[in-house]
Design a binder for this molecule. Sequence first.
Ligand code: PRP
Ligand code: MG
Length: 152
Amino acid sequence: MSEKYVVTWDMFHMHARKLSERLLPASQWKGIIAVSRGGLFPAAVMARELGLRHIETVCIASYDHDKQGELNVLHRAQGDGEGFIVVDDLVDTGNTARAIREMYPKARFVTVFAKPAGASLVDDYVVDIPQNTWIEQPWDMGICFVPPLARK
Ligand SMILES: O=P(O)(O)OC[C@H]1O[C@H](OP(=O)(O)OP(=O)(O)O)[C@H](O)[C@@H]1O
Ligand SMILES: [Mg+2]
């Protein structure tokens, strides 16, 4: 990826709140299925905003940091997703999203970020990101010292 898009916790929180607002009224939902691990972060914010306490997971891994590999489903919430919001942090190539759609055809599937190759696979998302850009999520970063520009 040639570009980087750095996401702070504050910005992530703000976007996840915006996504929650679009899912009102909360009474239409039985709960949330978080696509672990990335989807756990927006799921926590959305559960708080929408007053939902039934949280399930579907545990899928496909990337070793930025290297894409085989899709590996380690655990899946039962059912076809009816009455549930399925949430992931982002959709990139759409590989994960395609598998999610097959598993939960009746769910509302949302993400915080979407790149063009996967955007049409989700029902809603908040931020558009170019395909050549790597999203650096706040849970993958830390605060570190930056040396001053003028050094002796
Ligand atoms: O659209 P795609 O190209 O499939 O990429 C999107 C998926 O990749 C990341 O998960 P990852 O597999 O890295 O696992 P993680 O959530 O545990 O970090 C991200 O959280 C999405 O689930
Ligand atoms: Mg993921």
